[in-house]
Ligand binder design. Structure first.
Ligand SMILES: Cc1cc2nc3c(=O)[nH]c(=O)nc-3n(C[C@H](O)[C@H](O)[C@H](O)COP(=O)(O)OP(=O)(O)OC[C@H]3O[C@@H](n4cnc5c(N)ncnc54)[C@H](O)[C@@H]3O)c2cc1C
Length: 269
């Protein structure tokens, strides 16, 4: 299906992008376009103005601070993350980005677009919550920093409000991380996924089982503790043609244990 007619703006600074977004209720940021253009083609979204962020170098790139903190521009693509020497400071990032879809999607899709679309089947929302990412949001009122735990608000809904942009993702140092997923085919969408981080405490985050990533914090990385924590979360996942609600609940337990075992092994726990 062809796109409906839409205005196009290519700002040359973040400030200009924010002005265009604030000045038009129907304006939407365009990152890699791998979700947005598809939903526009399907008429599920119909913005009046596309504000193309692709010319904004200030929103792209990966910086590694001496203490191991990563500062990532939202327009950084999955391929950039996979190939980045700096991003290897938190190896799980590149590893998970390398599992997303196919090479075309990885070359265009961005970490910011993945987070801001908050499709419950996406790979990155649970991972960003598990590894303690912080999201910087800019708007007319200035900047604010929102922990990833509070960033994902609902299906396709995040803390980025109208007229605002996600401008930075900050990731603390760490290496004890794991990720596990069951997907539709090799490159396919997740039916269920889980990310885990072990660093003194244990954080396990389940994807595809609710509108937003579900964080559970078992008292230890032992299989039984993780299983009990997932059961205690009272999940009621959606059922669809790919998996019944009961099967998704079962996958959540299995994947949480796999992700936590991988994280604990890396953490040396
Ligand atoms: C065939 C196919 C298979 C896929 N499979 C997977 C998969 O298995 N796992 C997975 O995780 N993803 C998958 N995706 C989705 C893909 O990862 C998208 O790239 C991603 O969801 C959106 O990123 P984007 O850069 O393309 O953003 P866009 O599509 O350009 O934007 C998505 C949304 O985020 C908003 N946005 C983007 N950047 C910002 C910003 N900086 N500030 C505020 N709002 C912003 C846009 O306005 C829009 O609403 C798949 C896509 C395709 C086409």
């Amino acid at each position: 299906m062809l796109l409906r007619e839409v205005e196009y703006a290519k700002p040359s600074s973040v400030a200009e992008a924010l002005t265009v977004l604030a000045g038009n209720d129907g304006a939407r940021a365009l990152a890699g376009g791998q979700t947005l253009i598809n939903v526009m083609k399907a008429r599920a979204a119909s913005p009046d103005v596309l504000v193309d962020l692709n010319g904004l170098d200030e929103l792209r790139g990966i910086e590694l601070a001496p203490d191991g903190t990563l500062s990532i521009g939202p327009m950084t693509t999955y391929t950039d993350l996979v190939n980045s020497a700096e991003a290897r400071a938190r190896p799980i990032l590149g590893e998970v980005c390398n599992q997303i879809a196919d090479v075309q999607v990885r070359n265009r899709g961005t970490i910011g677009g993945n987070a801001c679309s908050n499709d419950p089947t996406n790979h990155l929302p649970p991972l960003l919550v598990a590894i303690g990412a912080e999201m910087t949001i800019a708007g007319a009122g200035g900047e604010r920093v929102v922990p990833a735990t509070d960033f994902f608000l609902g299906v396709y809904l995040t803390a980025v409000g109208p007229g605002e942009l996600l401008t930075r993702i900050t990731i603390p140092p760490g290496k004890g991380d794991g990720f596990a997923a069951v997907t539709l085919g090799v490159d396919g969408t997740c039916i269920a996924n889980a990310a885990a981080s072990v660093d003194g405490s244990v954080r396990v985050v389940l994807g595809c089982v609710d509108a937003t990533p579900v964080l559970v914090q078992p008292p230890s990385a032992e299989d039984d503790a993780v299983r009990d924590a997932v059961r205690g979360a009272g999940l009621l996942p959606p059922g669809d043609v790919h998996a019944s609600s009961e099967y998704r609940s079962h996958l959540a337990e299995v994947l949480a244990i796999r992700a936590t075992r991988a994280a604990a092994e890396r953490a040396g726990a």
